[in-house]
Design a protein around this ligand. Structure first.
Ligand SMILES: [Fe+2]
Ligand SMILES: [Fe+2]
Length: 378
């Protein structure tokens, strides 16, 4: 049989003219909606969780729901008095933003509590389990970068099941000796998989070994005589940092700032000490009938409308939105947000991939200032 190179396979994205793919993707992007309504939460093995809103975290489906590549997000709802959830871990460090109610989070055995509009950060490969207040429950929004998946670091493990696990359609429990629940089966057809996959509870030894070393490394006391030594030290520095950094970025502790873009409150950015490095995240409030500044940046952006109604202008095109919508701003788009309500402020939460800074495509180009800032509000 004639041997073929991967790029000669039929349907391969590598086949043919790369410029043709680029044009094809640009056409798809142009036709995609910038504002989508949320996919609802549904029962999963882990509890009530929504599908990823703009593409699975593992990058199975890019450009399926919105014109963004790296960013996606999902929601997790914990009803009052819900049974305790299971625990899992993954390499990517998630940022969990509490939209409603109150909750708690156990990270590697330590408990943290959070309230409405607080953000919780789980450092890389930390066993985590979350729960809600018995009376209020909580609703959590998880904005995510999918970059880990592209780097071969998708690694995810189910450590234990919840108190009352449910196995939704397409999955079924797996039992071991004496009827003990030891994992679950994902049936052929779910997410397009070609055969059944067994997901077993417990740690993968190799990743466990790698991360035990990362977490147990004490402060570096060796020499830094050359560039290579800096990387040896970085390994220890990251360990010490992740072991000591706070996991809760509280709404009350972060200041509101007037800036050229408007009134912003940052939850993660390079100057805020947290283990969250996947996305930079800020909240913005726009006064009734007012607008944000107009700006442009290389990386894409995703905005969850928490309160109010209004519209965006992206490169001259109008997109209307209201509370509960998810707005996707593609890479390099010029954009501005408008509050269309004469009485109520708009509140939204914005996420951007953090990686642009490391790649030399960071920074923001300001094209117009928010009116309040232009009038002297500082
Ligand atoms: Fe998680
Ligand atoms: Fe932006």
């Amino acid at each position: 049989m004639e041997e073929r190179w991967p790029w000669e396979e039929e349907g391969s994205r590598e086949s043919g003219d790369p410029l043709a793919h680029q044009r094809h993707e640009a056409e798809i992007r142009e036709q995609m909606p910038r504002v989508v309504q949320l996919l609802p939460v549904q029962g999963t093995v882990m509890g009530s969780i929504s599908p990823h809103q703009t593409g699975d975290i593992v990058c199975y489906d890019i450009l399926k729901r919105a014109p963004v590549y790296d960013l996606t997000s999902h929601f997790s709802d914990i009803q009052p008095k819900a049974p305790a959830r299971g625990a899992h871990r993954h390499i990517s460090a998630p940022t969990l933003f509490c939209l409603n109610g109150r909750g708690w989070e156990i990270n590697d055995g330590k408990t943290y509590s959070f309230g409405t509009y607080d953000m919780l950060v789980v450092p890389p490969f930390t066993i985590h389990q979350h729960g809600g207040d018995d009376d209020l429950g909580c609703q959590i929004f998880v904005p995510q970068s999918r970059l880990f998946s592209l780097m071969g670091l998708t690694k995810r493990e189910q450590i234990k099941f919840g108190d009352n696990p449910t196995f939704p359609q397409g999955t079924e429990p797996l039992y071991g000796e004496q009827g003990k629940l030891i994992g679950y089966k994902i049936k052929k057809g779910v997410l397009g998989i070609k055969e059944d996959i067994d997901v077993m509870l417990g740690a993968d030894q190799k990743t466990e070994t790698v991360f035990r070393a990362r977490k147990q490394a004490a402060s570096w006391d060796g020499p830094v005589d050359n560039i290579y030594d800096r990387y040896l030290k970085l390994f220890h520095d990251e360990s010490v940092f992740c072991n000591n950094v706070t996991h809760v970025i509280a709404y009350e502790e972060q200041p509101w700032e007037w800036c050229r873009q408007g009134r912003l409150k940052w939850f993660t950015h390079p100057e805020i000490n947290s283990a969250a490095r996947r996305v930079w995240l800020y909240m913005q409030e726009i006064s009734p009938a007012s607008r944000s500044g107009k700006h442009r940046h290389m990386t894409e952006e995703q905005v969850l409308v928490i309160q109010g109604r209004g519209h965006d202008i992206h490169d001259g095109q109008r997109w209307d939105w209201e509370r509960g919508d998810l707005v996707s701003i593609p890479a390099m788009a010029e954009h501005q947000h408008f509050n269309d309500d004469p009485e109520q402020p708009v509140l939204f939460l914005s996420s951007m991939p953090s990686v642009g800074v490391g790649l030399g495509i960071g920074g923001i180009e300001q094209l117009d200032d928010a009116p309040e800032f232009a009038e002297g509000k500082r």
